[in-house]
Design a protein around this ligand. Structure first.
Ligand code: FAD
Length: 396
């Protein structure tokens, strides 16, 4: 076993670090203040290959592996999580379901011609007013009529759905009821300009303020029958798989934000003088820095292990949930301690750590709350121990 990255993974990480520190970080405060979507930054990230990172090259992507993607995402998020979530939602939620479940024609057209490595963004619409954690409660419907799906309903808080460069969204709709009374859910591709598909105004948010979220409305919105993603009725399984991978990426985003907190805290601790010396010389401050560094190191290793398992086609769902919970809570503690180390200065909106403190909470909510991820971890432990017990019984 070894912990070395490949040359390619290192290249992606270093490219992301240089770009993020040089071009994103200096503008992060202004982007947050003005709540403006950073079109020029996304265009440059597209040119550098970040916005198509895990999409195969034959479909216009960069063909990077999942480890490389998470390394890059950590670096981008270390500079600004609004840009980080724009990249994450586009790749993990927008492109990956099309890569994983789409037909060859869908990949060639939507990934290769429409999205083209990030020239257009793609969104993923699951959440609704009454279907959040319980996504099985989806009320948006799609009925097949004369070779077209007729969609009615709405979605909420959908990232990347309303920018000037959005190409469309893949949404989850109810296409019937199963024999057991549960809804039959199907993923359907809806291009942006489809009649009957509209977006409401964006939201006033505490974090990710330069990223784009809107409610989506469908009123007799018709798309061709072949715009179904994969097979009819497979939507539930598809979004569970999509969210497994998305959780690793949100964990990477959290590691980036936690690292940014440590960067700022270290600098402040070295510079701020009290009692005639730098506050970094006080053990109380040193222990905070040490705890932050330990937790970040652990979180990063958890992200990379989950990503490594996925790259090898192995099961990674439990590791993804563990990484998501631990990294998002690490980032929360890191933001809290970074503000503490800054003292009153950390409470001022002019300080970067105040912005990090506002931004960090969403990481414990988006793409599966901490509660739901803890349930996933516990269920997998219980299932494993039941299987072990059964094996022991059979062996006797
Ligand atoms: C900025 C932002 C961007 C987003 N982007 C997208 C996007 O691109 N696409 C998309 O589809 N969605 C998106 N979402 C939605 C996001 O995924 C949901 O907010 C999240 O899944 C939680 O759902 P909810 O907010 O409805 O919380 P709720 O489901 O209402 O949960 C409220 C609380 O109850 C707890 N809870 C619920 N059920 C249980 C249970 N069975 N056991 C224990 N506790 C439980 C939750 O953990 C939580 O603490 C976004 C949200 C935000 C805020």
């Amino acid at each position: 076993m070894h912990f070395d990255l490949t040359d390619e993974q290192r290249r992606w990480r270093d490219l992301a670090r240089d770009f993020a520190q040089g071009e994103i970080r200096p503008r992060a405060a202004q982007l947050d203040r003005e709540q403006k979507f950073p079109y020029d930054i996304i265009a440059k990230m597209t040119d550098l290959g970040f916005m198509g990172m895990t999409v195969p090259q034959e479909y216009g992507g960069s063909g990077g592996d999942f480890v490389a993607y998470n390394l890059a995402l950590e670096e981008i998020s270390r500079a600004d999580t609004s840009v980080g979530i724009t990249m994450e939602a586009h790749i993990s939620l927008g492109c990956s379901p099309i890569v994983g479940f789409g037909t060859r024609e869908q990949k060639e057209y939507f990934l290769g011609e429409v999205i083209k490595g990030g020239r257009k963004l793609w969104a993923f619409g699951l959440t609704e007013e009454n279907a959040g954690t319980d996504a099985g409660g989806t009320q948006t419907t799609a009925e097949l009529e004369d070779g077209r799906w007729v969609i009615n309903g709405s979605k909420k808080w959908i990232t990347n759905s309303g920018t000037d460069i959005t190409g469309g969204a893949t949404i989850i709709a109810r296409t019937g009821t199963r024999e057991n009374g549960k809804p039959e859910l199907t993923a359907i591709i809806v291009p942006q300009e489809t009649p009957g598909y509209t977006r409401g105004p964006g939201y006033e948010k505490t974090g990710w303020r330069a990223s784009d979220q809107h409610p989506l409305y469908f009123e007799d919105c018709r798309v061709p029958e072949e715009y179904i993603l994969g097979e009819r009725g497979k939507g539930f399984r598809q979004f569970l798989q999509t969210l497994d991978a998305g959780r690793v990426a949100v964990a990477a985003l959290s590691v980036g934000l936690a690292q940014a907190c440590l960067d700022e805290a270290l600098q402040r601790a070295r510079e701020r003088q009290q009692f005639g010396r730098a506050i970094a010389e006080f053990q109380a401050i040193q222990f905070k820095l040490a705890d932050m560094a330990m937790e970040i190191e652990l979180s990063r290793n958890m992200v990379l292990k989950a990503a490594w398992l996925k790259d090898r086609g192995r099961r990674f769902g439990r590791e993804a949930s563990m990484a998501k919970v631990f990294a998002s809570e690490t980032a929360k503690r890191a933001a809290d301690q970074a503000v503490q180390i800054h003292g009153g200065e950390g409470f001022m909106e002019t300080s970067a750590v105040a912005r990090y403190w506002r931004q960090v909470k969403i990481n414990e909510i988006g793409e599966g709350t901490s509660e739901i991820n803890r349930q996933i971890i516990a269920r997998s432990l219980l299932q494993e121990s039941a299987e072990e017990a059964k094996e022991k019984m059979l062996a006797q």
